[in-house]
Ligand binder design. Structure first.
Ligand code: NDP
Length: 292
């Protein structure tokens, strides 16, 4: 059975993201019922053609497919916890950001309640929903994913990671880890050149293409990590990768060295353990084994 554009769906939570998700469903022709804790937020979606439910319970009763896009795990438990009887026999797709353990907890709760459960992690901001570049990661019930994929694809590229409900969240947070460290690196560079009168905007013009080009190195690092041999020819060695000059220049600009110190510590632990001749990808071993 596949989802049809006429399938009825309910969306719980009309914050910035919930509104974007609900809007995409209404525009695609799905009869959509929406609910939000604070009244008034449904007006824009209702103007597009959605029905507004007075309570979360009414919204759940309106559809076989229920989407939750609330603030966090606690708000999902608060709203859905008392509605297990109403949700029984229905399908819940929870795209609220949760940690892997929380996603697994919700999946176990759903299984006990007789609810088919799919967990989602949204890799987009609200303006991107339904546009190129938007993707949503899913894990949990493969049957739910397969059945509703056409509907889920309305929000962006839908990727499925497996029956373990925590996997989508784990990938989501792993990708965000890369994003935050990259952002910190960009801002570190902007702070380095700022004392010379260079604006952050001017620095961003140089940094964006440079960092984009550097992502071309990911697969090379990945091949070394997956192969488990950091001595492979052609890699930049850890000894060569010392950040001493970079850290000295950072200090010379009178700014914090914290961002680059972190990378230097990861390098240093491997050099101190006798791996200075091996490739840079070996710092993953420092990350895998927390420092004591
Ligand atoms: P908002 O802060 O805009 O909205 C939060 C929503 O949660 C509102 O509908 C709010 O209702 C509701 N809510 C909060 N606490 C409760 C509660 N205790 N009971 C009932 N409802 C509650 O957040 P977003 O819409 O931006 O985000 C929603 C989810 O999507 C989050 O998990 C977020 O991490 C995720 N996400 C958001 C992205 C973004 O760029 N915005 C990107 C990727 C993921 P009320 O109006 O009554 O306060």
């Amino acid at each position: 059975m596949t989802t049809h554009s006429s399938d009825q769906v309910s969306v719980l939570g009309l914050g910035a993201m919930g509104s974007a998700l609900a809007g995409a469903l209404v525009k695609a022709g799905h009869p959509t019922t929406v609910w939000n804790r604070t009244p008034g937020k449904a007006d824009a979606i209702v103007a597009l053609g959605a029905e507004s439910a007075a309570t979360a319970e009414d919204a759940v009763r309106a559809s076989r497919l229920v989407i939750a896009c609330l603030l966090d795990h606690a708000s999902v438990l608060e709203v859905l916890g008392p509605l297990s009887a109403e949700l029984a026999g229905r399908t819940l797709v929870n795209v609220t950001t949760t940690a892997p353990a929380q996603s697994r907890e919700l999946a176990a709760w759903a299984a006990d309640a007789g609810v088919a459960y799919l967990d989602g992690g949204i890799m987009a901001v609200p303006d991107m929903i339904g546009r190129p570049g938007s993707s949503v990661l899913y894990s949990g019930s493969a049957e739910v994913f397969d059945r509703h994929k056409p509907l889920l694809d309305l929000w962006g590229d839908s990727a499925y990671f497996g029956e373990d409900a925590g996997l989508a969240s784990l990938f989501d947070l792993a990708l965000l880890a890369g994003m935050y460290v990259m952002f910190a690196g960009f801002l570190h560079g902007a702070a380095m050149v700022a004392p010379e009168g260079v604006t952050a905007s001017a620095f961003a013009e140089r940094a964006a293409p440079w960092l984009a080009a550097m992502t071309g190195g990911f697969q090379g690092f990945a091949a070394v990590v997956d192969g488990g041999d950091y001595t492979v020819e052609g890699q930049q060695s850890l000894g060569f990768s010392s950040l001493d000059d970079l850290i000295a220049a950072t200090s010379g600009q009178g700014i914090s060295t914290e961002v680059v110190d972190m990378v230097q510590r990861l390098i240093r632990r491997q050099i101190d353990a006798g791996h200075g001749e091996e490739g840079f990808a070996r710092i993953i071993e420092s990350i895998r084994q927390p420092a004591h």
